[in-house]
Write a protein that binds this ligand. Structure first.
Ligand SMILES: [Zn+2]
Length: 72
């Protein structure tokens, strides 16, 4: 083959898609809509008083909830 593409690593560095995975390395729950993700975040607050943030994931293009990366 003439045009050989640059080989990509099969395993990406986790840091780039950290928002897709939990700290344990398993994929987070994903939600198809922002409303669903926000609902889940609100439920977490109601149940556990955990302040979660709904965000769209660059990796799977769905929505996740997670702790805020920065405080305010
Ligand atoms: Zn994701």
């Amino acid at each position: 083959m003439k045009s050989r593409r640059q080989r990509r690593p099969t395993t990406r560095p986790l840091g780039r898609v950290a928002s897709h995975f939990t700290r344990e390395g398993t994929p987070k729950n994903s939600y198809r809509t922002e409303a669903e993700a926000r609902g889940a975040a609100q439920l977490a607050w109601t149940l556990n008083r955990v302040n979660l943030n709904a965000y769209r994931c660059d990796y799977c293009h769905q929505w996740h909830v997670g702790k805020r990366l920065r405080d305010d």
